[in-house]
Design a protein around this ligand. Structure first.
Ligand code: BGC
Ligand code: MG
Length: 477
């Protein structure tokens, strides 16, 4: 399929490119920058939610599933973007948010039966961003289930009318030429109909959770039996479009999702990103248990350059791009952008502003992002812009482009190991990719014929994997 080996570029729309001077990135802005994405060698672009939203969770609180937020432009703008992307050989993916809507979505009043309600707080379920997962609706004096921010109400996929309405929204986009969907927070699509209490946690959670939520196991509030009904609805609505699950679970638990989806994000890999041994383990598990979409950063967690630890950003990026199967690049990672500083005023109440700062296109004061005042001010960004990096043969951008080009040649049997502390060594047929995320030089695997270095000079002596570095080479015949 087209995505088998694709690089998929994640655009956080508000922060990518503003075209009208309102300080907010928009669809004409993306259209104007599509060539940057195509030049990276990406096969697809995934747009963060485009829908109308009161922006309590910046688009993840949808108030209309079949329209475009006026801040981002119009449906015509999206159609034009799809057309131009296709001309450039890029597929277009939307972020679809199936598990909740904004409480300002008309359904919340007109179709309360689409949501999950209780007269009293019925159980101990917790919201992902803290606090109980139940909110009082003063108008009806009942509680609605709210797994994220209080302004987001969980949908009830047990309801066939809701399923039909969501299928209609998906068909609407698929018919406009959308090639795939990232399905948001999908582990929440199936919940216990009896709303039973979660039991206490048996140990630490496999992926990071809000502290109070981490004290519970989650057999009822998420990932409950009965997944096949909603997932089949989604699959039938979109035909053979790419379906990527954002399922916040270890790869061993993704099987039931992958019966209907094409790939799921490899979150264990993301949280292992600075640790060679943990990465090796997570990559191995993901390959054994799932069909991973490789991801080392996104708009919710520390950026790659920060997460990988000082000096490790380029080596981690090289590794990401050499793994077998689709790989996701979050906008700005191709420049080596790390976390920004907290924004003033705060925009995201969950502390994610630092991961969402505007793209740096050029060296002008607003970095070419806007002619107005950027919606998010996160202070100085420390990396050179796209235009500066394009001129620099040693820049991160140049490395990413070269790695994506070389990636097309990588095939054959895959083996992943960590032969020395802090290292990840991936063998792919005739090639070997070696990275070292530790501060000490480590012995390299057998190699000759350097193909690409993570940092200039890393491949000078292939018997060594330099600290915070790595390379791709041919294997000896
Ligand atoms: C998205 C977040 C969002 C949450 C609720 C996630 O997993 O990536 O940005 O806040 O779902 O929709
Ligand atoms: Mg704008």
């Amino acid at each position: 399929m087209w995505w088998d080996n694709a690089v998929i570029y994640q655009v956080y729309l508000r922060s990518f490119q503003d075209s009208d001077g309102d300080g907010v990135g928009d669809l004409p802005g993306v259209l104007a920058r599509l060539e940057h994405i195509a030049k990276l060698g990406a096969g697809a672009v995934w747009l963060s939610p485009v829908y109308p939203s009161p922006n309590y969770d910046f688009g993840y609180d949808v108030s209309d599933f079949s329209a475009v937020h006026p801040d981002f432009g119009t449906l015509d703008d999206l159609d034009a973007l799809i057309t131009r992307a296709h001309e450039l050989g890029l597929r277009v993916m939307l972020d679809f948010v199936p598990c909740h809507t904004s409480i300002e979505h008309p359904w919340f009043r007109e179709h309360p039966e689409y949501y999950v309600w209780a007269k009293e707080i019925p159980n101990n379920w917790r919201a992902a961003f803290g606090g109980p997962a139940w909110e009082l609706d003063p108008q009806s004096n009942r509680y609605y289930l709210s797994s994220f921010f209080p302004e987001q109400a969980d949908l009830d996929w047990h309801n066939p009318q809701l399923r039909a309405a969501m299928a209609g929204a998906l068909r609407f986009w698929a018919q406009r030429g959308i090639d795939g969907f990232r399905l948001d927070a999908l582990d929440r699509i199936s919940k216990d109909a009896e709303l039973r209490d979660e039991p206490p946690a048996a140990g630490p959670p496999p992926l990071p959770l809000d502290p109070a939520d981490a004290e519970l196991e989650h057999p009822f509030s998420r990932n409950a039996p009965g997944l096949e009904v909603p997932l089949k609805t989604i699959r039938e609505a979109v035909g053979d479009a790419l379906l990527v699950g954002e399922v916040f679970l270890p790869t061993t638990e993704l099987g039931p999702y992958l019966e209907w989806l094409d790939i799921c994000f490899s979150f264990e890999t993301m949280f292992a990103a600075g640790d060679g041994e943990a990465l090796t383990e997570a990559i191995t598990a993901a390959l054994q248990n799932s069909r991973p979409g490789w991801v080392l950063s996104n708009h919710d967690f520390d950026r790659l350059a920060t997460r990988a630890g000082p000096g490790n950003g380029r080596a981690a990026t090289l590794l990401l791009l050499c793994l077998p199967g689709p790989a996701f690049i979050y906008q700005g990672d191709e420049l080596g952008m790390g976390n920004g500083v907290p924004a003033t005023p705060v925009q995201d109440r969950h502390g994610r502003d630092q991961l969402r700062m505007p793209m740096r296109w050029d060296e002008s004061e607003s970095a070419g992002f806007t002619t107005g005042t950027p919606w998010l001010s996160t202070g100085e960004a420390e990396v050179p812009s796209v235009s500066a990096q394009e001129r620099d043969p040693h820049s991160t951008l140049t490395l990413v482009r070269a790695a994506v080009t070389l990636r097309a040649e990588l095939d054959g049997p895959v083996a992943v190991e960590s032969p020395a502390p802090g290292t990840v060594v991936v063998t792919r047929g005739d090639h070997v990719i070696a990275v070292n995320l530790s501060a000490e030089p480590q012995p390299g695997p057998p190699a000759d014929g350097l193909e690409l270095e993570a940092n200039p000079g890393d491949g000078r002596d292939l018997s060594v994997i330099p600290p915070h570095g790595g390379w791709i080479a041919r294997r000896p015949r």
